[in-house]
Ligand binder design. Structure first.
Ligand code: EPU
Length: 428
């Protein structure tokens, strides 16, 4: 097993290059199945969720070749059986995107039901509602979701809540359906737009991605494309907060500043200086960090995937901050770990009250999930003394070369192996 060992208290300075977006990559990689020709994807992050997605493709019969570290050529034309068994699907919740894409390609799909997870209840009723509206029959058969249709027919779908996953799955399933599909109350996250751009570059006809109404006119064929995945908004935000928490001065490069607006706005409220350039932001801190209130919301609101990181920063700010989790039922599981480092946080349901403590102290902690793990790294960087973080496989699902990038900024962080077996929990 591996853990991070961090000697805290070093100020981060210098430049960091942001990788491609995890949540775009895990949608775009399965989407290649829809193409009748090979595709080349650029700016693909080297993270374990990408490896899992590619492994699923390979097991199904695709030919996958890395042209360089972050460029991959995928020929999915060899896939004939639209089945993703539990052994392959269980490692990553986003494997449910294979449902939409296999359905779109073969008009049938059999994919293991995503398992439980640690952010609270995460049903997929909206995904199934959309597939049904497109004319499919969906059944649950021994843990597998079985979907088939004689033909996929465009339809109007209104989601009961804003859902990233169901918006993506519907786009994947509808792109080759007959006629027009209209998604209302669609999610607007940057990776929704990225997927639509990728599908359109293959010849799809998708309009409105990035607004709450997406219109998909079905096409008969999709061709190959070469496409670069957008930079990761959450990785960028994580480095912005790491810089702020250590009172550093860091240029965060290869970002789309527009995607960071809600994070930038809150950091400025807290007392952090954020300077915007065309494709970079500079973070610095001169004065005190101060309290604020935050509620996580669908894009363009403050992202739930930044909630643990900014809550950690607020532990270091003066005053009492209130953080409300607006998306998931159970995204404060890291709070117990932060308390071990001296944080003063109380949680009541979806609301956390954070009393600023000025500084944290190093302690052994365990990452409960991906973003919470990143938050504990930030806490360790800012803390006095040594922090050891276990279960870092969570962090490696979503951050490419995290410790190397931090070390280049001056952090004292290393990955160490230690004996033991970890019970790997279902991925987010
Ligand atoms: N929901 C339902 N029914 C559904 C679908 C969603 O009730 O059929 C609820 C969920 O339970 C949740 C809310 O709707 O309360 C929003 O869920 P959404 O579908 O938007 O989330 P997701 O697609 O499962 C993606 C990201 C998450 C990110 C959320 C919110 C991927 C692979 N995952 O999850 O990313 O937190 O959107 O932005 O894109 C992460 O990267 O750490 C991560 C967890």
């Amino acid at each position: 097993m591996e853990k991070f060992v961090i000697k805290g208290g070093r100020t981060l300075t210098g430049e960091v290059e942001i990788s491609g977006a995890k949540n775009a990559a895990v949608a775009i990689i399965p989407a290649v199945i829809l193409s009748d020709e090979p595709c080349i994807l650029e700016n693909v992050p080297q993270i374990s969720d990408v490896s899992i997605s590619l492994r699923i493709l390979i097991e199904m019969g695709a030919d996958v070749k890395f042209l360089d570290k972050n460029t991959v050529r995928i020929d999915a034309t060899g896939i004939t059986e639209p089945i993703v068994p539990y052994e392959m699907a269980k490692h990553m919740r986003a494997s449910y995107y294979f449902l939409g894409t296999l359905l779109g390609k073969f008009k049938r799909a059999r994919v293991a039901m995503p398992g439980g997870c640690y952010l609270g209840d995460r049903p997929i009723d909206q995904h199934l509602k959309a597939f049904t509206a497109l004319g499919t029959e969906c059944t649950l058969d021994h843990g597998m979701i079985d979907i088939h249709a004689d033909s996929l027919i465009g339809s109007q779908i209104y989601f009961d809540m804003v859902t990233v996953g169901a918006t993506i799955n519907t786009m994947l399933a509808a792109v080759k359906a007959t006629g027009m599909t209209i998604i209302e109350n669609a999610a607007k996250e940057p990776h929704i737009v990225d997927l639509a751009n990728f599908l359109n570059s293959m010849g799809a006809d998708i309009m409105g991605a990035g607004t709450d109404v997406i219109k998909i006119r079905g096409v008969k064929k999709l061709k190959g494309a070469t496409y670069a995945i957008i930079p990761d908004q959450i990785e960028a935000g994580t480095f912005m907060i790491a810089a702020a928490a250590t009172r550093g001065n860091v240029l965060v490069k290869n970002v789309i500043p527009k995607h960071l607006e809600s994070i930038t706005a809150k950091l400025e409220k807290i007392g952090v200086t954020v300077e915007e350039f065309d494709d970079a932001v500079r973070i610095s801190v001169d004065g005190p960090l101060v309290k604020t209130s935050i509620k996580t919301m669908p894009h363009p609101g403050f992202p739930t995937d930044m909630q643990p990181q900014i809550s950690t920063l607020l532990c270091l700010a003066e005053g009492t901050s209130i953080v409300t989790e607006g998306i998931f039922d159970n995204r404060f599981r890291y709070v117990d770990e932060l308390r071990r480092m001296g944080a003063n946080i109380s949680v009541d349901g979806k609301v956390a009250v954070i009393e600023g403590v000025g500084s944290l102290m190093g302690a052994p902690v365990t990452a409960p999930d991906l973003r919470a793990g990143a938050a504990l790294v930030i806490a360790g960087l800012a803390a006095k003394g040594v922090t050891e973080i276990e279960d870092i496989y969570h962090i490696e699902r979503g951050y490419e070369c995290f410790e190397e990038k931090l070390r280049k900024l001056g952090a004292d962080i290393e990955k160490r192996s230690f004996p033991g077996t970890s019970v790997r929990k279902v991925a987010l």
